[in-house]
Design a protein around this ligand. Structure first.
Ligand code: PHE
Length: 349
């Protein structure tokens, strides 16, 4: 009978050499150590032995069991190690050079906005912000643009339903909420919050019900500028804009102010520029932005005395600047997220 035990130990060792998975291991364990396993069955043979033979058999049985269990333990460790190694995937060589990976870049509109902000920072302007959802009053009425004013028709506005709630956007009366059509509303929000003298620029997103084509988009970006102090004149306006545009487009730039109309500035101008370094647009007068002296009506509305305070304001399209700077001929490129377009600007400033 002790020979039988030896045979079982040998059998266990042989089976375990062929076992490759946890399932096969379980199967092998059942064959030897399970209730019907060979070792369990052999152990039952003790009942048939005489009293004298039993202790020796018992001892041999224990030894055999220990050995077999030891084999199973080692085998299981091996299987589990193999599984771990497998789950770690292919061996890697840490001495290899890294796989090149694609670094993201900032959007060309972000680049232009940052550049504009940094140019104005140098001359003491700070950044003012307001929400993209506005009220009709801040977007139009406060800017001297009453409901029946022709300028209000020109701006095709996106209105929110009368019952929409915007608890964080203060209304003057019970007027509608709109998506702001320009950043000029930030002028009013700022003038209510801060006392002059003040110098702010307000970059942000605007919305109009324009049909999208190469030069129009229902959403676009502007930067507003506002300067209010004592004795501010058109000379100051021209000097600040000349400085700004030269920083942006280069020293060889010329500018001119052309009379125009905005309800909230008086007088109002369009700014044109001409420069030799603008590709196809070189040496031609190009309209770049609107500006003017803050209308006394606007100052009165925010409780400033127009005899004491004066100022200028301007509004600039960020897309327009980016298009002129980089020779881009279609505004839609900015919003299509095409890597072939965007990657060209990842190092631009
Ligand atoms: N808000 C005007 C526009 O969107 C631009 C502007 C801003 C003009 C400030 C004058 C002063 O066209």
């Amino acid at each position: 009978m002790e020979n039988d035990l030896q045979a079982i130990v040998t059998q266990a060792e042989a089976i375990l050499k062929t076992v490759k998975s946890r399932a096969e291991w379980e199967q092998a364990k059942a064959t030897i150590l399970g209730p019907n396993g060979s070792l369990t069955q052999a152990a039952k043979g003790i009942g048939r032995l005489s009293k004298e033979d039993r202790p020796a058999f018992g001892q041999a049985l224990n030894q055999a069991k220990k050995k077999v269990e030891g084999f199973f333990k080692t085998s299981l460790e091996l299987i589990e190690n193999q599984a771990d190694i497998h789950s770690l995937g292919e061996k890697t060589d840490p001495s290899l050079p890294p796989v090149p990976h694609h670094l993201g870049g900032t959007h060309p509109l972000t680049n232009v906005r940052r550049k504009v902000v940094s140019i104005f920072r140098k001359i003491g302007f700070t950044v003012a912000e307001a929400t993209e959802v506005e009220t009709e009053w801040f977007c139009f009425d406060a800017l001297n643009t009453p409901e029946d004013h022709p300028a209000r028709d020109a701006q095709d506005t996106l209105f929110f339903p009368a019952d929409s709630k915007w608890s964080n956007i203060a209304q003057k009366n019970k007027e509608h909420h709109v998506l702001r059509t320009h950043t000029s509303s930030v002028q009013i929000r700022t003038l209510f919050k801060e006392k002059p003298p003040l110098r702010v620029i307000a970059p942000g997103r605007c919305f109009r019900r324009d049909t999208v084509d190469a030069t129009h988009s229902a959403n676009f970006h502007q930067t507003e500028g506002l300067y209010v102090d004592k004795n501010v004149t058109i000379k100051d306006l021209k000097a600040v804009l000349d400085y700004f545009l030269k920083e942006l487009f280069g020293d060889q730039l010329e500018t001119r102010l052309r009379p125009s109309f905005f309800p909230f500035t008086e007088p109002s101008f369009e700014v044109d520029l001409k420069a030799p370094n603008l590709g196809k647009l070189s040496n031609k007068w190009i309209e770049i932005m609107g500006c003017g002296m803050v209308d006394p009506e606007v100052l009165k509305l925010v409780n400033l005395n127009p005899d004491e305070w004066s100022g200028f304001a301007f509004g600039l399209g960020i897309e327009r600047v980016a298009m002129i700077l980089h020779g881009i001929d279609d505004i839609r490129h900015f919003y299509q997220n095409d890597q072939r377009f965007l990657s060209q600007f990842s190092n631009a400033t």
